[in-house]
Design a protein around this ligand. Structure first.
Ligand code: FAD
Length: 479
């Protein structure tokens, strides 16, 4: 028998397609109350090193995503999204108590802060005889389909991949609801959508140099999926372009929509299979699947190793080097004033757009840890604050990995910044895109402006140490 009334609490699953919480709620409840709570700790709080927990790029993206969900709920199922700002464990509890619901359906999260919130809500609901019913939907795979228990997930990506990719089926996405929800027979205050200002950010224009003008929401996420596969065929060359640094199309940019759950990974996978069947299957189409496997792998590492992914010693449980909590070095890095153009260009990109390529992320992380010897957690927190696509497991596990504190035995991911710069930005175009003060520097010196003579500086209209900083470490080491 169906319950009279249930809540769907949207979290990082801001979509109607392939949404298990909605599917379960429809099956179990007569009246469904959809709710989103802007958690004040997430939107107004600070990280332990003092960064905004959610910087303006992601705050804007999430606001857009929630608005899109609000619109889709109205259009598709005729329901009104209830909006609150506060603590979800209290706000949802109040609604549940007043509306006398039976259950709260939501996606189960696996990382500490999110788990604390869902546990607190669960305890509150128990006090009034109600329960949380958890669902899944973040990964390609269901853990119950895996050939190993989560606690036995292989700690190396290659082992993991070999155990799953050929043997475990990616389930079909759940259908988008089509029928209108039953009208609510009680009155619940709808609440008002907050603005960027409510979270301490001024409205802003996206920098014209940004790779992509990301717009949050399921509608935009599905459009980006259509575009990258069907409209542009970019997917057919993805493996060759994915290590580039600038522009909208060298990589999919699905990450921001995946992180907020606007796009389901299963949906991407099955669209990819359709593309392979109808257009072409090649190394590039496979490679998108391969990258999505990395995403699942890191989520499983988060499940298996719990809070350790956030600790200084990582999932490995030990660190074999001294890293400093040096705020001055960190600041030069975050501001893109290290004097190493390849690093600075990437750091200015993230500061001005909330995005950075995967290649860039690896290099700036390695530079911070291996060349500046700064505590990797400071870098990870800065990324958490700034990234439009921040995802706890993907971010912290990638940092673990580069800091050599991940569980993968291939430790010490040292990147020779100059070799990388010359390889991935051979004409210095990316550097010049973000560092206009270096626009006239000749190609042979673009990645090492510290070697410009005074005559060359005059000819390039740049004074090193004034217009652009001197390199903060000797770049000779990379030659
Ligand atoms: C230090 C560091 C921090 C990172 N932090 C995040 C983060 O917070 N959120 C995030 O989504 N990704 C993170 N990544 C992974 C990767 O850089 C981004 O997923 C990718 O750059 C996003 O762009 P895209 O969607 O165009 O990627 P594509 O190249 O088009 O890849 C497709 C999808 O595969 C997944 N993927 C690709 N590479 C990785 C990877 N190394 N780890 C996990 N998933 C991957 C992403 O979901 C991505 O959207 C981080 C990488 C590093 C090195």
């Amino acid at each position: 028998m169906k319950a009279k009334r249930v809540i769907v609490w949207f979290r990082q699953d801001l979509r109607l397609h392939d949404n298990e919480a909605i599917t379960d709620a429809i099956r179990c409840g007569e009246e469904i109350i959809p709710v989103f709570v802007f958690d004040e700790r997430v939107f107004k709080g600070k990280t332990s090193f003092g960064f905004e927990k959610t910087g303006k790029y992601r705050a804007k993206f999430i606001l857009e995503s929630v608005k899109d969900l609000q619109q889709s709920l109205r259009n598709v199922v005729g329901a009104e999204l209830i909006i609150r700002v506060g603590k979800p464990e209290e706000e949802i509890f109040h609604i549940a108590r007043e509306a006398k619901t039976s259950w709260v359906f939501c996606n189960r999260e696996r990382t500490k802060e999110e788990v604390d919130v869902q546990d607190a809500l669960e305890r509150n609901l128990w006090s009034i005889g109600q329960e949380v019913r958890f669902s899944r939907g973040k990964m390609l795979y269901y853990t119950q389909d895996l050939p190993f228990p989560v606690t036995h997930t292989p700690d190396t990506f290659t082992h993991f991949r070999k155990e799953v990719e050929k043997f475990v089926e990616v389930r079909k996405p759940l259908p988008t609801p089509t029928e209108a929800f039953a009208p609510l027979t009680i009155n619940i205050e709808v609440g008002t959508m907050p603005s960027l200002k409510d979270f301490g950010h001024e409205p802003f224009e996206v920098d014209r140099r940004a790779s992509l003008d990301f717009k949050g929401g399921e509608t935009e996420g599905l459009q980006r999926l259509r575009y990258y596969l069907w409209e542009s065929d970019n997917i057919a060359t993805y493996k060759d372009t994915r290590n580039e640094l600038a522009g909208a199309d060298y990589s999919t940019k699905f990450s921001a929509w995946l992180a907020q759950g606007c796009l389901s990974p299963k949906m991407i996978y099955h669209e990819l299979k359709k593309y392979e069947a109808e257009r072409s299957a090649n190394k590039s189409t496979y490679w998108l699947f391969f990258e999505l496997l990395w995403r699942d792998f890191f989520r499983l590492m988060g499940k298996k190793h719990g809070n350790n992914i956030f600790l200084h010693t990582g999932t490995k449980g030990q660190i074999d080097r001294e890293l400093k909590n040096d705020k001055h070095l960190l600041q030069l890095w975050t501001e893109g004033r290290t004097g190493v153009p390849f690093i600075d260009a990437n750091m200015r990109e993230i500061a001005h757009s909330g995005f950075m390529s995967n290649r860039g992320r690896q290099n700036v992380a390695s530079f911070l840890i291996n060349d500046l010897h700064v505590n990797w957690q400071m870098g990870a927190e800065y990324f958490e604050s700034m990234l439009i696509d921040y995802d706890p497991c993907s971010n912290w596990c990638n940092w673990n990995y580069i800091a050599g504190v991940g569980s993968d035995p291939r430790e010490d991911r040292y990147f020779n910044i100059l070799t990388q710069a010359r390889r991935y930005d051979p004409k210095g175009e990316y550097v010049k895109h973000w560092l206009q003060e270096l626009n006239e520097v000749p190609l042979d010196k673009i990645h090492r402006p510290d070697t410009l003579s005074s005559e060359e500086q005059a000819a390039s209209h740049v004074k090193i140490g004034a217009d652009y900083p001197k390199a903060m470490i000797s770049t000779e080491r990379w030659e």
